[in-house]
Design a protein. Structure first.
Length: 341
């Protein structure tokens, strides 16, 4: 039995929800194949949505950014953690209530849009603190937030991504800044809105009309875990933060339904694989020999990955991997795996 998807992956779903950074684009450039993949989905009349933990842009700004890259997007198709945080606070606080903002102007704009008043000083006695990513966030803002929370303000984090992708490698994300306040306050935020919490994906699925939804992401700890919490299937693409070594070490709640190198996996059955697959099938076999996984065989490299997942995920800890034969060595090299001595 093949570990592959058998038919076009996209044909099993009525809505595809994309993460953005690391899946559709990297910083300000589309990832190769992303423009074509989204255009193909639209040409086939398939519903598309975008869910992002990035709280530094409004939904309309994200839609404009995507459109400028050649990716057709409407503001109502974009779900941001900034907008979701503003809606949550709108439902909890009186109209016009003051909210201290740590983050970008987009977060302040979302608060104004729902009738709340963004402020910058703890002396203004805010009812809540909302913390989102902003490239200019510094000690002064974090200090004001700390004072406000100690005085009793609700503390909302838009998301807790520890890093964000860049052309120079992972950089500190909002989760790293939340960790500063967590250390200072010796407590966690009252609410985390973004992924891996399920709210963004659940909202997208409701908007999609209740059909089967596939979440496409590059991060196991946000996109994939969030999809699992929302009860949705997921596709991990290897174009962003997490790669195969992370996948093999993933805890159960962070394991995707499918894996593909890129978005071609939506349309080409040979470019995606369901994980885990059989440990001994499709030309490959993986054997646990005293804590070292031996990969042997030949065939489609993604099938080798599915077999590795099957054995690695049943082991008590991530094992070393040793290739047996040149094809196995090439497969491991293509996935960024280091061979055991």
């Amino acid at each position: 039995m093949s570990a592959g998807v058998g038919e076009r992956l996209v044909d099993g779903y009525t809505l595809v929800v994309f993460d953005l950074d690391g899946v559709i684009y990297l910083i300000d450039r589309p990832i190769p194949g992303a423009v074509e993949a989204v255009a193909r989905l639209h040409a086939e009349g398939r519903a598309v949505a975008y869910a992002t933990n990035n709280a530094s842009r409004r939904s309309s700004e994200v839609a404009d950014l995507l459109t400028g890259m050649g990716v057709s997007a409407l503001p109502e198709e974009v779900l941001t953690s900034a907008a979701a945080s503003a809606e949550l606070l709108r439902d909890r606080l009186p109209a016009g209530a003051s909210v201290l903002v740590v983050g970008a102007e987009a977060l302040r704009a979302e608060l104004r849009a729902v009738g709340l008043t963004p402020v910058t000083q703890a002396d203004e006695k805010p009812a809540a603190v909302v913390q989102g990513y902003g490239p200019q966030v510094g000690w002064a803002e974090l200090a004001e937030a700390s004072i406000a929370v100690r005085a009793g303000a609700i503390w909302i984090a838009t998301n807790t991504d520890r890093t964000l992708p860049s052309g120079r490698g992972p950089l500190p994300g909002n989760g790293s800044l939340v960790a500063v306040l967590r250390t200072a306050l010796e407590r966690d935020p009252d609410v985390v809105v973004g992924k891996p919490e399920p709210a963004l994906f659940e909202t997208a699925a409701r908007r999609g009309g209740g059909g089967r939804t596939l979440v496409v992401g590059d991060r196991l700890d946000t996109d994939i875990e969030g999809a699992r919490r929302a009860g949705l299937d997921s596709l991990l693409v290897l174009t962003g933060v997490h790669g195969v070594p992370d996948l093999l070490a993933a805890e159960p709640q962070r394991r995707p339904t499918y894996v593909a190198r890129d978005l071609a996996g939506l349309f080409d059955p040979a470019a995606a694989v369901r994980v885990p697959g059989p440990a001994d099938a499709d030309g490959w076999s993986v054997t646990d020999r005293d804590g070292t996984l031996e990969l042997a065989g030949t065939g489609r490299q993604l099938d080798a990955l599915a077999a590795l997942c099957a054995v690695a995920w049943s082991a008590p800890a991530l094992s070393k991997i040793r290739p047996v034969g040149p094809d196995a060595a090439r497969a491991m090299e293509s996935f960024g795996l280091t061979a055991a001595e």
